[in-house]
Write a protein that binds this ligand. Structure first.
Ligand code: CA
Ligand code: CA
Ligand code: CA
Ligand code: CA
Ligand code: ZN
Length: 573
């Protein structure tokens, strides 16, 4: 149909165009994981969720224990609370596993739900670290089942991951910091020697010369390399713990004998092959007789947890410095997976504004958590140094926990395929236009560095009209990096939901928005007489009107329709 004299003049038309473009650009703010604010109504301040009331003062070990048990009672299907063991002073090292059917290991196919580990409070004086772990945990529990905003992340992630939280690893040191010394960092084991040269072991008749091991210097990897700062003196705040002095592989020619002052070393076959990935004594076995590390209950517990799970990604929260760090911590060498760890770390840093770097670039550490988990299990682990002080006032807790929610969700999400951090969908540049009988969708994509080939013949726009059955339309990748596809228009007017689905040659499935189909791109198609009269049906134009436009499942209407879908189809495993 041609334009009529009743159509708007050029100036009016320009204004309409501008307003459409503005509405679109506002509506299509990044739909990737980690959108916390409502996209479609940036003026609406979302009400503070009730669960945040729990984060207006600091927990200590005892109130946290009560809190965890309360959550367990409220969310018996989503959470399994158990103890990894006891600290020196007898406190429980609590671990909360979160997943749908949390009591079952890998519901669905074995290994189908990647494991993620989130740890707080290696250090007693870093209270924001366990508050953040508890906040992320609580967010996931409280929002499971929701499909609006970030709530869809909670639903998706608990349905598809097994997330293990150890919020307060150093329960003794933390409680000591609450009760006695706010600056206390280490655990509370007694030390009976001034330094970690071979000396008296734990003899109850001896008087301790100092207290505490730095748990984050007591993991095995490179423990023997004393180059990390301040790790030798037992009174030091980074004391790595006592030496092993044990012949772990049974080939010693002289045995350790404290009563006769005999302290055999590597030459006598004791502690001759430390944790460094090298066969130091040339016997064909690697790291079979470590020199130390894993002397504390806390690191022993973490090793057992690591040995019995397959953690793909991990966060260990600390304070402070506003940094995100990844392995190695003990050397400037870049590990094999260094580039992808840097990429993923960089994506998380974009979300909280922290500075990303390889750990050693801050300072050298040995016997550290992330190095151990990467060296031994291949885990992509990150240290988050939260805030600018250890002593964040209680009123400030939420500023930091909120800031660090999105990076945590992204880390949990990327556990299935950490390389996904190389893919960017520039959704604010996405265009959705009507072209005759089809809706054309163009999504600019950047995939530089993504190591797997995308199988474009299997790429699709998955769509539905008016909440009907899902259908698929093909997608092509243009030379300009734009993914484009055409959705047939089956209705005169009504809601269109769609998401992008890509597959790579490793079998990974990538969707945009990330949590599709819990998150969707939705439009209302509305034929507006002015536009259609003026432009005619055959002209390429933006004519999807934006009533209820949303990206990421932010509108109530969508929430409702998805909820009913979910109840019909049942939960995905
Ligand atoms: Ca030996
Ligand atoms: Ca040994
Ligand atoms: Ca060996
Ligand atoms: Ca070795
Ligand atoms: Zn720390």
């Amino acid at each position: 149909m041609m334009s009529s004299a009743k159509g708007p003049g050029p100036r009016t038309l320009t204004l309409i165009w501008i307003s459409i473009v503005l509405v679109f650009s506002m509506s299509l703010v990044s739909p990737t994981v980690g959108v916390t604010t409502s996209v479609s109504g940036s003026d609406d301040q979302e009400a503070e969720p009730d669960f945040e009331e729990n984060f207006r003062q600091y927990f200590d070990y005892y109130s946290m224990t009560e809190y965890l048990q309360g959550l367990q009672a409220r969310f018996p299907d989503l959470m399994k609370l158990y103890s990894l063991g006891r600290t020196f002073e007898g406190r429980e090292i609590w671990c909360a596993k979160l997943s749908d059917s949390a009591a079952i290991v890998d519901d669905g196919d074995p290994g189908s739900e990647p494991d993620v580990l989130i740890v707080g409070a290696h250090h007693g004086n870093e209270w924001i670290s366990y508050e953040t772990a508890l906040y992320v945990m609580t967010f996931l529990l409280e929002n499971y089942g929701s499909v609006t905003g970030n709530g869809s992340a909670a639903t998706y992630l608990l349905d598809n991951r097994e997330v293990f939280f150890v919020p307060m690893l150093n329960a003794d040191g933390t409680q000591y910091a609450h009760d006695t010394d706010r600056g206390w960092r280490k655990n509370r084991e007694p030390n009976y020697a001034l330094d970690n040269t071979p000396g008296p072991l734990r003899d109850p008749d001896l008087v301790p010369v100092s207290y505490g091991v730095d748990i984050n210097r007591n993991y095995g990897w490179m423990w023997h390399d004393s180059g990390g700062s301040n790790v030798i003196l037992s009174s030091g705040s980074s004391y790595r713990g006592p030496p092993d002095n044990k012949d772990d592989d049974g080939d010693a020619i002289v045995q350790f004998d404290i009563r006769h002052g005999i302290f055999p070393g590597p030459d006598e076959g004791v502690d001759e092959d430390p944790w460094d990935g090298i066969d130091n004594d040339g016997d064909g076995k690697i790291d079979e007789d470590p020199a130390g590390g894993f002397s504390s209950a806390e690191t022993i517990a973490m090793k057992e947890l690591g040995d019995t799970h397959d953690f793909r990604t991990a966060i260990t929260y600390h304070s402070y410095s506003e940094l995100i760090l990844w392995p190695w911590g003990y050397t400037h060498e870049v590990p094999r997976d260094g580039p992808v760890m840097a990429q993923l770390g960089g994506r998380m840093a974009e979300m909280n504004g922290y500075r990303p770097m390889q750990g050693v670039d801050l300072y050298k550490v040995t016997g550290e958590f992330n190095d151990w988990f990467y060296a031994e299990y291949g885990t992509f682990g990150y240290t988050f140094e939260i805030g600018r002080t250890h002593n964040i006032p209680a009123e400030g807790i939420l500023n930091h926990t909120r800031l660090n929610l999105d990076p945590a969700l992204y880390l949990i999400y990327s556990a299935e395929n950490p390389y996904i951090s190389y893919l960017r969908f520039r959704s604010n540049m996405t265009t959705v236009t009507r072209d005759g009988d089809v809706i054309r969708v163009e999504i600019p994509m950047e995939d530089e560095g993504y190591p797997f080939a995308l199988r474009m013949e299997e790429a699709s726009l998955v769509y539905r009209w008016k909440g009907g059955p899902w259908e698929r339309a093909g997608v092509v990748l243009g030379d300009d990096g734009n993914l484009s596809g055409s959705i047939p228009v089956d209705v005169d007017e009504g809601k269109l939901d769609f998401y992008l689905e890509l597959k790579d040659d490793m079998g990974n499935i990538i969707t945009e928005p990330a949590y599709a189909p819990l998150s969707l791109v939705s439009y209302h198609l509305k034929l507006d007489s002015i536009f259609s009269l003026y432009f005619g049906f055959d002209t390429v134009l933006v004519m999807l009107f934006t009533l209820g436009v949303s990206w990421g499942g932010f509108s109530l209407g969508i929430a409702k329709s998805i909820r009913s879908d979910r109840s019909r189809e049942g939960k995905n495993g």
